[in-house]
Structures are given as structure tokens and as C-alpha cells.
Design a protein around this ligand. Structure first.
Ligand SMILES: Cc1cc2nc3c(=O)[nH]c(=O)nc-3n(C[C@H](O)[C@H](O)[C@H](O)COP(=O)(O)OP(=O)(O)OC[C@H]3O[C@@H](n4cnc5c(N)ncnc54)[C@H](O)[C@@H]3O)c2cc1C
Length: 415
């Protein structure tokens, strides 16, 4: 084991969340180390070569790699110490010590405050419990995207896409543009998982059919995938006998959702039951003093701008904490009411304004987000779970939360 290193702020993960955190901590004049397991920073942005990134954070429309480059260049100017090919295998949260595995060996870093920004991983094929053969030709959408956009390789010739999350929709268009035939996108839910703009721009514009309330019920192939069976499902997601349809495809792309990457690092950090990511306050602090989390390992955000904004907040508070300048003992719960699925933050402290992010649990034509304790309502129309709703409250408004002992968030459906 190599000797330990000391720093003020340590950031784990060099995606949008981690880079923004490192940059904002550096702007607070802290010594910052950022650790990234890959050989360069950027995270998922590196393979998202389409545009649509950065409209809020940079006030311009960028591709994923352009967004990542901007943050990287700023980090370099602000003297963030970026260490790539360094995998964090464990965080001792009480002693703020991380164990790092790198090509040069294993070593430890001790920090005064830590930001964990490890992103999300894709739900794998095994988790979907689809019967049939296990041939080659079955890929997650992110892996297929990596093949095509970073390695210049096509996954196959004819594809079917299971799941209508944004990555699957974007890959449907990408594969067609690269010369593959995309037979259809099938979605188990009665509504699409991805953003409306992606349904229009990635499927409708390319005549790719989307079958809602359908799923893959069998995979067939020796060596390589040859066929998949698709069936309609009832309201309990059970396949309806007699609705089976066979597609002759050599590629099945899975876009069945992202899961916050929270495994391995520590067992002491509390998770949110529904978000499945770290439970954090609006200062991005976890249940452990001086340990912060931001980005897709807290909840899967739809926009990189939200991830970067949260990273920024996490980095700033980590820097303040590293200088002994902040005490967050007082935390009030944010409680999920009806029709709310993803909800960030899980707690409120009064060191920071409140940025509330939520996803509704089903499509709602006319609805209202109600924050009863604050007498605040936000109306919306044509709400869908794929689109996050964001509400920002200043510190003055938040005082009422202290009086009421917490914040209850619910969504009501209007006629
Ligand atoms: C296909 C796709 C299309 C998208 N399109 C858009 C869009 O058009 N517009 C938009 O605004 N947003 C879009 N997004 C969303 C946005 O890009 C992401 O939400 C955001 O980039 C996630 O950032 P992150 O830092 O949370 O995670 P990531 O980018 O996943 O970064 C996490 C980083 O942590 C590293 N890491 C993980 N574990 C460890 C460890 N133990 N040790 C060291 N390093 C570790 C990883 O290697 C990775 O680099 C898209 C996302 C995807 C996947």
C-alpha cells in the first residue's frame, strides 16, 4: 500500500456532477482532488454526441462532450488535481478516508470533506427475467451507445429496443443513422419512459413504431440472437396469451432504466427507498457529517444541468465544511405524498435555498404540486413521469418549514 495523501475536498467520480462539485470547491479556495476510474473525465457525457446539453447551466446548447470539455477546462484553470484510472473501492465515512486502486497500486486519501458523484448504472438483462436463450447480441442501450459513438462499431444489423427510456430512444435514431434497421421500440408501461421531444425526434421522424403495453417474452438464438417474441401485457404487466409476435432480429437493445450507483462504497450512508440513491439534504449532505452526494447517484435526473447545479452546491458546501465553517445538525424531513415518485432532497437544512425535484408517478393531464406547509402550489399540464418538475424556494420562504417541522409534497390531479 502506497502512502496516504491529504486534501481539503475529495470528489469521487468525474461526470458532470463530480466535475461541477470539484470546480465549485476549488472556487472556494479549497485544495481539491477528483478521482475518476476511467482514463478521462466526462462520465456518460462522453458518449452522448447529440446536442441538448447545457441550456440552463451554460445558457447555450452543447453536445455531451462539449459540456464535459467546458467543465474540464475550467477545472484545469482552477487547479483541481484530477487523477484518472483511479477506482475508489471503499470510503471510511467516519474517518473520511478513501481506498483507491490504480495502475500504480493501492493507496489512501484522507479528506476533510468528500463528495460522492458516482452516477448511475443501467438495469442489466438478468434483472428483467426474460425466458429463453442467452445468445450474444443483447446489449444495454448505454453499451450500444458506447460501441457506436466511441468505438465506431455497430452492434448488429436488425434491432428491437426494449424500453422507451431516453437512452433507448436516442439509440433507435442513432442505429438507423448508422445503417441498422430498427424494427420497433416496445414499452411495458402504458406511457413512454422518455421525454416527448425524444419520441418525436428519434422515433416519429424515422418511422420507428412504439408499442406501449408490450414487452419481450422470449429470446431465441444459438450463439447469436435470431428472434425475439413480443407480447402485449395487461394492466398488471402480465403477457396476454395469443398476442405473441415474432421479430427476426440479431440485436436486442435494453433501455430498462438507470439505477443510482451506490454499491460497494459504504454501508453507512442512508438511501432513499424510492429514489434508490443516497438520501441528501438541499446542501447535498448525506446522513454523515461532511459526506456529500450529487448527481445520478442521488436520483436519476433528466437534465445534465440539474446534475451540474447539484454538484456545484455539493462542492461549495464540502469546501465550507473543510474549513470548519458550517454546521448542519438541524435537518427537517421532506415527505412524499400521493402521485410523487422521485423526490429530492430527502431533508432540508437552512444553510442553502431549496431546489425541489420531483417526478410524478403516472401521466397527469392537469395537476398541481402542493407544498401545504408553505401555501405554495405549482400548476402543470400534460405532466409525464419522464419529465422532472423543479421548484426553487428562497431561504425566507423556507422558514415556515422549520415552524412546521418538515415539508409534505403531494401532487393532485385536477378535472
Ligand atoms: C444516453 C443519454 C442521453 C442523455 N441526454 C441528455 C440530454 O440531451 N440533455 C441533458 O441535459 N441530459 C441528458 N442526459 C443526462 C445527463 O447526461 C446525465 O444525467 C449526467 O451526465 C450524469 O452525470 P453524473 O455525474 O451524475 O454521472 P456520470 O456521468 O455517470 O458520472 C459518474 C462518474 O463516476 C465514475 N465512477 C463511478 N464509480 C466510481 C468509483 N468507485 N471510483 C471512481 N470513479 C467512479 C464513472 O466512471 C463516471 O465517470 C443523458 C443521459 C444519457 C445516459
Amino acid at each position: 500500500m502506497m502512502k496516504g495523501i491529504n486534501t481539503d475536498v475529495l470528489v469521487i467520480g468525474g461526470g458532470a456532477g463530480g466535475m461541477a462539485a470539484a470546480l465549485s470547491a476549488a472556487r472556494e479556495k479549497s485544495d481539491v482532488i477528483l478521482l475518476e476510474r476511467e482514463n478521462s473525465t466526462g462520465g456518460v457525457l462522453n458518449q452522448c454526441i447529440h446536442n441538448g446539453f447545457g441550456l440552463h447551466f451554460y445558457k447555450e446548447e452543447l453536445t455531451g462532450p462539449e459540456f464535459a470539455d467546458k467543465l474540464f477546462n475550467e477545472m484545469t484553470l482552477d487547479r483541481v488535481n484530477i487523477i484518472s484510472e483511479s477506482y475508489v473501492s471503499e470510503v471510511d465515512v467516519e474517518n473520511k478516508t478513501v481506498r483507491v486502486l490504480s495502475p500504480d497500486g493501492a493507496y489512501e486519501i484522507y479528506a476533510k470533506a468528500i463528495v460522492i458523484a458516482t452516477g448511475a448504472r443501467e438495469r442489466p438483462f438478468g434483472a428483467l427475467m426474460i425466458p429463453g436463450d442467452r445468445p450474444s447480441g443483447i446489449y444495454t442501450a448505454g453499451l450500444a451507445q458506447r460501441f457506436v459513438n466511441l468505438e465506431n462499431r455497430l452492434p448488429g444489423k436488425r434491432a428491437l429496443i426494449l424500453g422507451s427510456g431516453d437512452i433507448g430512444l436516442i439509440m433507435a435514431r442513432r442505429l438507423v443513422l448508422e445503417g441498422m434497421k430498427v424494427e420497433a421500440v416496445v414499452e411495458r408501461m402504458p406511457f413512454p419512459g422518455g421525454l416527448l421531444r425524444n419520441i418525436v425526434q428519434c422515433l416519429e421522424d424515422y418511422n420507428i413504431p412504439l408499442y406501449l403495453s408490450h414487452t419481450v417474452t422470449k429470446t431465441v438464438g444459438r450463439g447469436r440472437l435470431e428472434k425475439v417474441e413480443v407480447s402485449e401485457v395487461d394492466e398488471n404487466y402480465n403477457p396476454i396469451p395469443g398476442t405473441e409476435k415474432i421479430y427476426d432480429v440479431d440485436t436486442l437493445i435494453l433501455s430498462a432504466g438507470l439505477i443510482p450507483q451506490v454499491e460497494d462504497i459504504s454501508d453507512s450512508l442512508q438511501l432513499d427507498r424510492v429514489n434508490k440513491g443516497y438520501a441528501v439534504s438541499n446542501s447535498c449532505e448525506t446522513n454523515i457529517d461532511g459526506i456529500y452526494a450529487a448527481g445520478n447517484n442521488v436520483a436519476v435526473f433528466d437534465l445534465v444541468d440539474y446534475v451540474a447545479a447539484e454538484g456545484w452546491v455539493a462542492g461549495r458546501h464540502a469546501a465550507l465544511k473543510s474549513k470548519g465553517g458550517e454546521n448542519n445538525t438541524e435537518k427537517y424531513p421532506v415527505i412524499r405524498g400521493k402521485n410523487v415518485s422521485i423526490l429530492v432532497p430527502s431533508y432540508i437544512d437552512f444553510n442553502e435555498s431549496l431546489r425541489l425535484y420531483l417526478r410524478i408517478s403516472k401521466p397527469i393531464e392537469h395537476g398541481r404540486v402542493i407544498l401545504k406547509e408553505l401555501n405554495i402550489e405549482k400548476k402543470f399540464v400534460d405532466g409525464v413521469p419522464s419529465e422532472m418538475i423543479q421548484m426553487v424556494l428562497n431561504k425566507k420562504k423556507m422558514e415556515l418549514i422549520r415552524e412546521k417541522g418538515g415539508l409534505f409534497v403531494e401532487v393532485v390531479e385536477d378535472e
